[in-house]
Design a protein around this ligand. Structure first.
Ligand code: NDP
Length: 452
């Protein structure tokens, strides 16, 4: 059979849609990757014969389970939990846990699929997984969150392990939740192993894990700018979100001389024309984590700033944009607005924050566009370093880890450049570069294993 007979993106995608009904986020993620991979594998017969892309787009397994817990009023509550183990060709499954009202199997399958390419791009030996629950942590007491986390881990512990699958945090899962889940895992199994990352420093966590995703996304932006002889210094930056990734991206942008104009949450965004400096970022961190407050309160705290209810920040003119909240938070109209206002670079701290139309517009405009699977890989990379420290029972120093993060983000940038060059131009298509570089390593390992 000729290679051409194997190659048909439309047929492939109609199969993906047919096999995954009601899973739009998963289909979107597979489509975005497949557009680049199909072109790349045109003349590479083994990838077709061994159905490599089809196999990566079919998770190794999806575990779904019931999570019962009791709220503070004595009511029995029932949630659904999942772990999606997408691919372990190059290492144990690795990827975060998300607790959010809107979590579905489709969302977790898209995240686990993306994670497979992202983890490969880091150069570390980690497969791709993701999990979570439709539990909504907002407004819950500490004890309710603890009871939920314990119940969740009481099922999850069967499916994870330091050499099997190592979850971490994501939306709604931070140090508090990881602590409760690690405590329960240890209690059930009587083992102190590196089964989760993002742990507290007192019990096996790594320095700079908290900062790593936001810092890494900013280093990636800086790397893209440096590649064209520019830098973040003096640039205005619009950021969405106000959680872990957004606040640390804002911090690193500020360190590098940029001016952060916005932050947001699910209630709207704040615009501060004077710039969100370190003191204001510290206030946001404290307000959103310790006080579990809303970003709207920023406007009452800092004179001259404005809160825009139920709006996204992409209409604020800027040089650079960093979506750091959630998936599909930047659509085609937002992309057009950013381009019209002269935005020259986008680095995605969140996973798949730009919808397919927006991705196509950024690619066509040939701006510096760093997709999440490359730009936000700093978090999982430092999680990989946490796993190494746990296995060796040592703790590396902060300066050492900071340097490793810079080096890893530089390596990811270089791998994107290697595969993302656009013929006849100096431009780098970072989406294509990330997709292909992430694919090749996983695909070659799968070829080595034969049909398993
Ligand atoms: P957090 O829970 O710390 O913060 C999430 C932020 O996004 C909050 O400001 C939240 O607002 C906002 N948000 C959530 N859902 C929506 C929505 N539907 N509309 C608007 N805003 C929303 O999560 P993280 O910062 O950890 O994660 C943010 C993104 O980064 C996610 O896409 C995640 O997958 C990705 N990521 C995270 C990594 C990590 O290390 N933490 C690693 C790699 C990627 P509110 O408070 O109102 O809910």
């Amino acid at each position: 059979m000729s290679v051409a007979e194997h190659v048909n993106l439309d047929e492939f995608m109609s199969g993906v849609k047919r096999r995954n009904p009601g899973q739009p986020e998963f289909v979107q993620a597979v489509q975005e990757v497949s557009e680049d991979i199909f072109e790349f594998i045109q003349d590479k017969l083994p990838y077709h014969e061994y159905q490599i892309l089809r196999r990566i787009a079919e998770p190794d397994r999806v575990v779904s389970f019931r999570v019962c817990w009791e709220d503070d009023n004595g009511n029995i509550r029932v949630q659904r939990g999942w772990r999606v183990q997408n691919n372990s060709a190059i290492g144990p499954y690795k990827g975060g846990l998300r607790f959010h009202r809107d979590v579905t199997e489709s969302v977790l399958k898209f995240l686990a699929f993306e994670q497979t390419f992202k983890n490969s791009l880091t150069g570390l030996p980690m497969g791709g997984g993701k999990g979570g629950s439709n539990f909504n942590p907002k407004g819950k007491s500490d004890h309710e969150v603890m009871r939920f986390c314990q119940s969740f881990m009481t099922e999850l512990y069967r499916h994870v392990g330091a050499d099997i699958d190592v979850p971490a945090g994501d939306i709604g899962v931070g140090a508090r939740e990881i602590g409760y889940m690690f405590g329960q895992y240890k209690r059930i199994t009587n083992q102190f192993t590196g089964v989760l990352t993002g742990k507290g420093l007192e019990y096996g966590g790594s320095l700079i894990r908290t900062e790593a995703t936001g810092y890494g996304a900013t280093y990636f932006l800086q790397n893209m700018l440096q590649h064209v002889g520019d830098s973040i210094d003096g640039k205005s930056v619009v950021i969405s979100g106000s959680g872990n990734v957004a606040t640390h991206a804002a911090e690193k942008v500020t360190h590098l001389g940029g001016k952060v104009l916005t932050l947001s949450d699910s209630g709207g965004f704040i615009y501060d024309p004077a710039g969100i400096d370190q003191e204001k970022i510290d206030w946001v961190k404290e307000h959103k984590t310790t006080r579990r407050g809303r970003i709207a309160d920023y406007a009452g705290e800092f004179a001259g700033s404005e809160f825009h209810t139920d709006k996204r920040p992409w209409g604020v003119p800027c040089d650079l944009a960093m979506p750091c909240a959630t998936q599909n938070e930047l659509d085609g109209d937002d992309a057009r607005t950013l381009l019209k206002n002269g935005c020259i670079g986008v680095s995605e701290g969140a996973n798949m924050p730009t919808n397919l139309e927006g991705v196509h517009l950024f690619k066509e405009a040939q701006i510096l566009y760093g997709p999440g699977k490359a730009a936000n890989a700093g978090g999982v990379a430092v999680s990989g370093l946490e796993m190494s420290q746990n296995s060796a029972r040592i703790s590396w120093k902060e300066a050492e880890l900071q340097k490793l993060l810079v080096d890893i983000m530089g390596g990811i940038h270089d791998r994107c450049v290697e595969y993302g060059g656009v013929a006849g131009t100096e431009h780098i298509d970072y989406v294509r570069g990330a997709n292909i570089a992430g694919f090749v390593k996983v695909a070659d390992a799968m070829l080595a294993y034969g049909v398993v």
